[in-house]
Design a protein around this ligand. Sequence first.
Ligand code: ADP
Length: 134
Amino acid sequence: EDEVNIIKSVLDLREKLVVDIMTPMEDVFTLSIHCILDEKLVHKILLNGYSRIPIKESDTCFNYIGMLLVKNLISYDSDDKLPVSHFPICPLPETFSGHMAVVSNNPGSYGGALGVITLEDVIEGLIGEEIVDE
Ligand code: ADP
């Protein structure tokens, strides 16, 4: 039965839209480049458990400039209260390469972001089932 479902999902994939498998922006955990990484915020980041956090140009806009990789915070001491801008911000891929892309209906701009899509979302679309994170 699993095999039948997987084959069916693969055949359906051609008609599957990015918007159907992405995580919508209202559910995405994002930060502004100016946020101060104090103890409370670092705790929140760890509780959320995501590996990548889309970074906005400011608190009030929805212009995404890149991603913060949470692994870069491993040796960070939150008493230092540094802003997100202190850390390397990975550029968002121009095409769907890399692990995560921001979905926009405005090619070349991440202004009107609709959501994010990761390899996990694509693989879930491919096998037609939710992946439970290990
Ligand atoms: P992670 O390694 O952070 O668990 P995955 O690439 O395994 O991320 O994706 C797991 C799910 O979490 C996917 O549905 C993806 O769209 C979603 N996701 C990834 N990053 C975020 C984020 N910052 N906020 C909300 N959802 C996210």
